[in-house]
Design a protein around this ligand. Structure first.
Ligand code: HEC
Ligand code: HEC
Length: 243
């Protein structure tokens, strides 16, 4: 009897730990359609690749003339103005070749979808004739429910993933990623930087691991515990930086 009681206490403690542990570590809420959020996040990355639209040739009208380092279709990607860390001028793009002075999308985390969709269709963005309702809705869903606070997971000064375990990461990588990227992170051939080198931009890597790569077969890990993504990033940091 006492033993049964003790066992049920242990059971309750373990389940509570599992439930709360998962809730604390995953950006996932089971109420949201994670597939739609992932699609929205890939649109944020490179919408014209996802919907197979013609690549814009001219600079985006909202791209500041002061930035001559980037031009053409790159200036139309959401991430180019608002950042991989979603913080725009207050994040990694506060300096460097993507400096635009434009704010992030983080202020709209949790906002009503209709309000975000109205911004996307506004005269600043010039996207109203380029996407359909589903695209705007998925983008809005990502902006509202899919953003994570990257400062929680990546140390800004050292660019290191916080709390990633590279010993677990290597096991994940060699079983889920190496078939496309090779164990040393040097493939596919046409990828300009190795995954090791790519860790110079950990915010981009985190966005890609959680959401996948636009127009590629790469899986998105968003629905899994975020700890897996951090472990993977810790392992990627140990891979060769040159091919
Ligand atoms: C060429 C630069 C540029 C691109 C590309 C761009 N935006 Fe914006 N975005 C802006 C500017 C400028 C604002 C207005 C900022 C302000 O009010 O200070 C803005 C505002 C926003 C806001 C409102 C932020 C807030 O807190 O008020 C959201 C959300 C947003 N953009 C999402 C997107 C998404 C999603 C995409 C891709 C489909 C995108 N943007 C592409 C320049 C850009
Ligand atoms: C089915 C094949 C496939 C699998 C599996 C896969 N990827 Fe990818 N991944 C790709 C392709 C293709 C690209 C785009 C490469 C390029 O830029 O040319 C890519 C891009 C990336 C990028 C962005 C690189 C860049 O230059 O922007 C990262 C980071 C990445 N993958 C990490 C991972 C991790 C971590 C895993 C395992 C969880 C994984 N991938 C699994 C195919 C895959």
């Amino acid at each position: 009897m006492i033993r049964d009681f003790a066992n049920s206490l242990i059971f309750a403690a373990v389940s509570a730990g599992l439930i709360f542990g998962a809730a604390a570590m995953s950006p996932v809420s089971s109420e949201e359609d994670q597939g739609a959020i992932v699609r929205g996040a890939q649109l944020y990355d490179k919408w014209f690749a996802v919907i197979k639209a013609e690549k814009p040739k001219e600079n985006h009208p909202a791209w500041p003339a002061s930035n001559t380092k980037k031009k053409g279709n790159t200036t139309w990607r959401c991430k180019s103005c608002h950042g991989w860390d979603y913080q725009g001028k207050d994040g990694a793009y506060s300096s460097g070749s993507y400096l635009t002075g434009i704010k992030g999308i983080n202020g709209m985390a949790g906002a009503e979808l209709g309000k975000i969709m109205a911004v996307l269709k506004d005269d600043t963005h010039k996207l109203a004739d380029k996407m359909d309702e589903r695209d705007f809705k998925d983008l809005a869903l990502f902006v509202s429910k899919g953003q994570i606070d990257m400062n929680k997971y990546i140390d800004r000064a050292t660019k290191a993933p916080k709390g990633g375990d590279k010993a677990r990461g290597v096991q994940y990588f060699n079983t889920m990623c190496a078939q496309c990227h090779a164990k040393d992170g040097s493939l596919p051939k046409d990828m300009d930087k190795t995954l090791g080198k790519q860790m110079g931009n950990p915010w981009e890597v985190m966005h890609k691991i959680l959401n996948g790569q636009p127009a590629e077969e790469m899986p998105a890990l968003r629905a899994l515990d975020t700890q897996i993504t951090l472990d993977l990033m810790a392992h990627l940091s140990t891979l060769p930086k040159e091919k």
